[in-house]
Ligand binder design. Structure first.
Ligand code: FAD
Length: 380
């Protein structure tokens, strides 16, 4: 029986494992992840907003066993791509006939260093949520700043959703009149990846909620309660929620798999890397499009995972191949259980063909169902 090893049990890895298990039961499938659980990124923002604690959206990866997938909880410490050999902490080596690399992204170390300042937090770190809650519940006057520290970063709308969630939370506490809220981005507009109209839409909501938008603001320093930007501007803060840029995990750089972008650059249609029977999907990849690159988002990682799984089966079993078409969507969540829906072909030329449907509650329900259906399908 051929053995497929999937590195990473996140969006891309779980979608790939599910596809292999259901469509190709004759293949042996192993998933390796250092974590023993999975939750969706947006579940952190629901926790931040007080909508639902993170634990409620968390599922154990042990559920994979019930679906006929071997789960190994371990750190992958070495990868011999050409030999399709994976070494895990402790020294065990797993041999594979095909590999799907779905290790996600790491965070830029200089940005994590900036967030070591007092009252500064990594907005994207689930483990930081208790400290973020404590700071947001203690503040009675001053300023909260959400800062995008660099790109690419995961889920382009998420920092803006977070700023609006902070605003809402401070209003609920009755202290908003005394606490200003701002969001800084190095980019010229809020959502360049979704276009000018979507960017204006987000900017309008920020303005309506009196959230200051600092555009083209590249953070250089964070010290003594002051953020220093590259162009000389400064902004005081009492609580800073920073979003570090994504980088490829060091392991993949050391394995010689990354390209000029800093990430793995697989074939866009098939997700094959240059190494035979080695595929790469999700946030550890750079998929170029007409305006730069595909956003780093779970919907893309999952769609790519299904394509890579199908093509692994094609390599090993001679079944039909699949191609990735660049279709994707994202939920832009606004306070009051409303979601705007951004959808389209992000690989279209000469520009991504993306439409935005204005926020309503039906689309919020769609987001809730998106999470429930995938958690049940992959790990139920
Ligand atoms: C706040 C927030 C909100 C978001 N909202 C959305 C949204 O609404 N829609 C959307 O589509 N996306 C959203 N995202 C983005 C989404 O979470 C990511 O794009 C997605 O998780 C990428 O999937 P992936 O499989 O590439 O990586 P991941 O899901 O990150 O999975 C990678 C896995 O690899 C494991 N791993 C890494 N290195 C090792 C190693 N050396 N050894 C063992 N295991 C390892 C990790 O533990 C992890 O489980 C959001 C992200 C955040 C932070």
């Amino acid at each position: 029986m051929s053995h497929v090893v999937i590195l990473g049990g996140g969006f891309g890895g779980l979608a790939a494992a599910h596809e292999l298990r259901t469509a190709h039961p004759e293949l042996d499938v192993t998933v390796i992840d250092r974590r023993d659980h999975f939750f969706m990124g947006f579940a952190k923002l629901w926790d931040l907003a007080g909508i639902r604690p993170l634990v409620q959206g968390t599922r154990s990866l042990d559920a994979l066993a019930g679906r006929g997938v071997r789960f190994v909880q371990a750190d992958v410490v070495d990868l011999d791509a050409a030999g399709r050999r994976v070494t895990i902490a402790g020294g065990e080596v797993l041999e594979a006939d095909a590999l799907i690399i779905a290790l996600g992204a790491a965070k830029a170390p200089p940005h994590l260093a900036l967030l070591e300042a007092p009252s500064a937090h990594d907005l994207y770190d689930g483990a930081a949520l208790p400290d973020i809650h404590a700071d947001l519940d203690a503040i009675t006057a001053g300023r909260v700043v959400v800062s995008i520290l660099g790109g690419p970063f995961l889920c382009p709308p998420a920092p803006f959703e977070a700023a609006l969630a902070v605003d809402e939370r401070l209003r609920r506490r009755g202290v908003r009149h005394a606490v200003s809220v701002a969001i800084s981005t190095p980019q010229p507009m809020t959502l360049p990846v979704a276009g000018v109209d979507a960017s204006r839409y987000v900017a309008q909501f920020l303005a309506e909620r009196d959230v200051e938008l600092l555009a083209e603001a590249k953070v250089e320093t964070v010290a003594d309660g002051v953020i220093g930007f590259a162009d000389g501007r400064t902004s005081a803060y009492d609580v800073l929620l920073g979003v570090p840029a994504a980088v490829a995990p060091r392991l993949l750089v050391d394995a010689g798999l990354t390209g000029a972008s800093g990430f793995i650059e697989p074939d866009v249609a098939t997700l094959r890397t240059g190494v035979e029977r080695v595929y790469a999907v999700g946030d550890c990849t750079h998929i170029p499009n007409a305006i730069g690159a595909l956003p780093k988002a779970g919907v893309f990682a999952a769609a790519e995972g299904v394509v890579a799984a199908t093509n692994v089966a094609a390599d090993l079993l001679g079944t039909a191949e699949a191609t990735f078409d660049g279709y994707g969507y994202c939920f832009l969540e606004l306070p009051g259980e409303r979601v705007a829906f951004v959808e389209g072909n992000f690989l279209a030329e000469p520009r991504p063909e993306v439409t935005l449907t204005e926020a309503d509650h039906a689309q919020y329900e769609r987001k809730v169902a998106f999470e429930r259906e995938r958690l049940d399908t992959w790990l139920g």
